[in-house]
Design a protein around this ligand. Structure first.
Ligand SMILES: C[S@@+](CC[C@H](N)C(=O)[O-])C[C@H]1O[C@@H](n2cnc3c(N)ncnc32)[C@H](O)[C@@H]1O
Length: 361
């Protein structure tokens, strides 16, 4: 069957985003080579077969994204729901930010963060310039540029990758099909600026949504994205994902996107255990993060280059970590995982007969 006009529009838009991301990265690297050659990261050349495989898996991601919108898992309008105007307005600031990024690289300074009145709130591992970004996660400036920077990094595929959690989330919530949709509570852990909650609200408009994150500035940005329309309000709470400020068993589903590669191994385990505590028996946890060496060995150079270019102190450990086992150790069962482009999605269930982990927390 010939593709519809909307499908052609979607594919053309994604090709444009992909090209824009590639052009930005190419240009900014060229500028860095001229202006700050001493800080150009030493990366491995990506073999042409790997480039082909990356392109193919990006195409497959968009294919799945399109099909899932066609089959009603989420509305088609979501595929086009991008804050173009705000991103266009913020884009020059991505360039203006580069000199301070280079200066930090030159000084090997990864702890250049704003003064904090309440430093005790944050674990030490958090107080760094992840991705070499100005202020780490701790300022409005950082929060305002974050979504655009992630979209550039993933060649326009960041939202499509986030949406990979939605089929598993919908499927997992079927266990609670007899309940009023408004009584279902979904928590997005490390919600950042709220892009994942934005996707979830479009797919499950009646569920009650809550987001938790350590960064007040990112939550403020999430509040601006999420809570200024006439759509149902999302509750946003500041807290550490290792011990979240919610009662036991109060959520039917928990999601968590792009957090785990930024955590040390023991914190990963603590977050999983706390997610287990917060889920009602029968509830589902859906995690998305980077693919790993075991499931995507064909992308090993791309993974290695990622940690060379960006400050990602726990990434190398993460890509070899056994998340399936960690989920089981936390008490989860029915652990499943699948990979899409550079994202792996894990789905796990809290059994109706709770296991040991409740007593661990
Ligand atoms: C890479 S961003 C991902 C944000 C968002 N989920 C997304 O899809 O873009 C990581 C987020 O995790 C948050 N974070 C890191 N460690 C955390 C912790 N221990 N507890 C809560 N949030 C944390 C950061 O503030 C940041 O917003």
């Amino acid at each position: 069957m010939a593709p519809s006009f909307t499908e052609i529009a979607y594919r053309t838009m994604q090709q444009g985003r992909s090209l824009a991301g590639l052009v930005h990265k190419e240009l900014s690297t060229k500028v860095m080579e001229v202006v700050a050659p001493d800080v150009v990261p030493k990366t491995e050349p990506v073999p042409s077969e790997m480039m082909d495989a990356l392109r193919q898996s990006l195409d497959e991601l968009h294919q799945r994204d399109w099909q899932d919108s066609e089959s009603g898992i989420y509305p088609q309008s979501l595929l086009f729901d991008i804050p173009w105007l705000e991103w266009a307005e913020r884009y020059p600031r991505v360039w203006l930010d580069l000199p301070s990024n280079w200066a930090r690289r030159r000084a090997r300074d990864v702890k250049d963060i704003p003064d904090l009145a309440n430093r005790d709130l944050y674990p030490d591992y958090y107080l760094q310039n992840f991705h070499h970004q100005t202020d780490g996660y701790l300022s409005d400036h950082s929060a305002e540029l974050y979504d655009l920077q992630v979209d550039i990094l993933f060649n326009g595929a960041a939202d499509a990758m986030r949406r990979r959690i939605l089929p598993s989330l919908q499927q997992g919530l079927k266990r609670f099909a007899g309940r009023a949709p408004g009584s279902l509570r979904i928590l997005d852990v490390a919600t950042g600026t709220g892009r994942t909650l934005h996707q979830i609200r479009a797919a499950l408009p009646h569920a009650t949504l809550v987001g938790v994150d350590l960064s007040e500035a990112y939550l403020r940005q999430a509040n601006r994205w999420l809570n200024q329309s006439n759509k149902p309000l999302v509750q946003l709470v500041q807290g550490n994902a290792e011990r979240m400020p919610f009662d036991d068993a109060g959520f039917q589903a928990i999601t968590c996107v792009f957090l785990f590669h930024e955590l040390p191994a023991d914190a990963r385990q603590a977050v999983l255990q706390d997610c287990y505590r917060l889920l009602e028996p029968g509830g589902v946890l859906v995690l998305a993060d980077s693919v790993q060496l075991k499931d995507s060995p064909q992308f090993d150079v791309a993974m290695d280059n990622f940690r060379r270019v960006f400050h990602e102190p726990y990434y190398r450990n993460f890509i070899s970590d056994d998340i399936d086992q960690r989920l089981k150790d936390a008490g989860f069962s029915d652990v499943q995982a699948e990979s899409h482009f550079m994202t792996r999605v894990w789905t796990a269930t809290k059994n109706s007969s709770p296991q040991h982990s409740d007593s661990l927390t």
